[in-house]
Design a protein around this ligand. Structure first.
Ligand SMILES: O=C(O)CCC(=O)C(=O)O
Length: 243
């Protein structure tokens, strides 16, 4: 095959340059079907931790159903995560955020700037989309290059991208990248998104970290899953040698 023009940027190159990367159609239709069914069951069986006029929040969902757990070590998801965070990546948090029709937008913000100010992309948050999200359906927005200057906010707003997702798309962004849930018109349906956040193994975990509570998943976890859940680094990963 003849390649014309520049090679595509890797996930790491995109994250370094722009503060985010995109993987279109990464989750297979069969898996998406199971994720949607698991989400419907979650809504029936679990009380959300909060339910605000604009947003509903279900934390720590990976033990609820294998369809969610399979996302944490999904090969395509991990390919980007291991490239950006490193071979010693572990999960920091996992949740579903449902944006609700509210005629407004969330405020632009950065996450965990105690981390992001020093290493903008080592707190890497992945938004995994179950369904198509229209421009006025509560799209997750990011501002390219906003991770380069954490002391600027409004100066960046004009450069926003509202990510109009397709089913199975992934949008990954670092802690220092400005982001928000965008305008959610009253006639649009609620918009669930699975968020997974990964950090390197050596990063001190604050109390918020949810992975260590997954005792059921840990009973049958592969060495890779044990690492992702924060239990034990895989034997082949060394913190002293850069692989
Ligand atoms: O729900 C969204 O699209 C954005 C979520 C968000 O801002 C966050 O997780 O910090």
């Amino acid at each position: 095959m003849i390649t014309i023009g520049q090679p595509r940027l890797t996930c790491l190159e995109q994250a370094t340059r722009y503060g985010y990367y995109v993987q279109r159609g990464l989750i297979a239709a069969e898996h998406l079907g199971r994720i949607r069914a698991a989400f419907a069951r979650l809504q029936r069986e679990v009380k959300p931790e909060w339910d605000k006029p604009f947003q509903t929040y279900y934390p720590n969902i990976i033990e609820f159903d294998d369809a969610f757990a399979e996302l944490i070590d999904h090969p395509g998801i991990l390919a980007g995560v291991l490239e950006v965070v490193g071979a010693d990546a572990q999960l920091y948090s996992n949740e579903i955020l449902v944006s609700k029709p509210n005629q407004g937008t969330m405020n632009w913000h950065r996450d965990k700037m105690s981390i992001g100010r020093h290493c903008p992309n080592l707190f890497l948050k992945l938004a995994i989309f179950l369904d198509h999200v229209a421009e006025d359906g509560g799209p997750t927005g990011v501002i390219p290059e906003s991770h380069h200057d954490i002391y600027k906010g409004p100066e960046f707003y004009a450069h926003k991208i509202d990510f109009t997702a397709g089913p199975g798309d992934v949008l990954a962004f670092g802690a220092a990248t400005l982001h928000r849930a965008g305008y959610h018109a009253p006639e649009r349906p609620p918009r669930p998104v699975v968020f997974l956040t990964y950090v390197p193994w050596w990063m001190k975990q604050p109390d918020y970290y949810t992975g260590r509570d997954c005792s059921k998943l840990l009973q049958t976890a592969s060495p890779l899953r044990r690492q992702l859940l924060g239990a034990q680094l895989r034997p082949e990963v060394s913190l002293d040698v850069h692989a």
